[in-house]
Write a protein that binds this ligand. Structure first.
Ligand code: NAI
Length: 291
């Protein structure tokens, strides 16, 4: 089993992944290139865990032990002793390749490198590494502690033992590991494209508003969230990168054409929950009304 996990990127996903494994009994170090992002993430985790304890889901002892297992790492060098590194940085191939090259120079030869990428090829991320066999996809969903599925993605050169170890770790944390090949969007973001892209097309055609589309899809088809609520949760910056990546990897198959509505909204900073406004306006993380 893994003894110490280093999580790189303390945004929406990194903080959730860190919390999940600290709760499951593993020591976790959390890093980000922006120190304030680490502080915010740890404060968020503390608040979430304290709320869980107040509701009786964690005993006071479990709360203290979990918080003690969750520590900041001001520099990458502090992750040298980790036997599993999970990156959840920006969805950009060059940035992820550069990070893995840097990590390879730091960590032990048998340490596993995992990427939480939503849509980039795991094989391509691993291609810059000296040991691509230790690289795999470990694709969680937002919010990580509540979304119990994780895709464990086999790159072309991933060692099957790495896949087995990650799957066992996911199970230890109470998650269901779904093993997937390294195809564009893996499974969830391949199937999920249609939900978001078609909803954006309906909006672009002026057929209905985001709130109307959300309500009808949520209430009639049984999805937990409507497509625009989901886009706001994921973040339009992440969504744009995923849409582009899947479209290019399928050689511009028109089925995956990104919506022209996204780029201008992105330029205007309407990212969703994380910027306080997307298709909806948010106050303290709660939807106020349609933007
Ligand atoms: P985010 O924007 O909330 O957080 C990313 C964090 O990474 C930021 O705090 C940023 O400062 C940090 N960062 C960027 N470059 C870095 C570097 N080189 N070294 C260290 N830190 C760096 O993004 P989010 O939503 O957490 O996404 C992260 C990854 O997870 C992306 O690959 C995304 O595709 C994937 N993902 C996102 C999901 C979502 O619903 N938002 C779901 C599943 C996967």
């Amino acid at each position: 089993m893994f003894k110490r996990i280093g999580v790189i990127g303390s945004g929406a996903m990194g903080r959730g992944i860190a919390q999940l494994f600290a709760t499951a009994g593993v020591e976790v170090l959390l890093h980000d290139s922006r120190s304030e992002a680490i502080d915010q993430a740890l404060a968020y985790n503390r608040e979430t865990l304290e709320r869980a304890a107040a509701k009786g889901r964690l005993s006071p002892e479990q709360l203290e032990a979990t918080l003690a297992r969750l520590r900041p790492a001001a520099s990458l060098a502090e992750l040298a002793d980790c036997d599993l590194l999970i990156e959840a940085i920006v969805e950009n191939l060059e940035a992820k390749q550069a990070l893995f090259r840097e990590l390879e120079a730091l960590v032990a030869a048998d340490a596993v490198l995992a990427t939480n990428t939503s849509s980039l090829s795991v094989t391509r991320i691993a291609s810059g590494c000296r040991h691509p066999e230790r690289v795999a996809g470990f694709h969680f969903f937002n919010p990580v502690p509540l979304m119990k599925i994780v895709e464990v993605v086999r790159g072309e050169r991933t060692d099957p033992a790495v896949i087995r170890r990650l799957a066992a770790l996911a199970e230890q944390a109470g998650h269901f590991p779904a093993s997937t090949p390294d195809t564009p969007g893996f499974l969830v973001n391949h199937a999920g494209r249609a939900y978001g892209t078609e909803a954006l097309r309906i909006l672009a055609e002026g057929v209905a508003t985001p709130a109307q589309i959300d309500r009808i899809l949520r209430d009639s088809l049984g999805f937990r969230m409507g497509p625009f609520e989901l886009l706001d949760l994921i973040g339009l910056d992440v969504t744009q990168a995923v849409m582009e990546s899947v479209y290019q990897q399928f050689y511009q198959d028109p089925r995956y054409t990104p919506s022209y509505l996204v780029a201008p909204r992105l330029a205007a900073g309407l990212l969703g929950r994380k910027s306080g406004e997307g298709f909806y306006r948010y106050v303290d993380g709660q939807i106020q009304h349609e933007a």
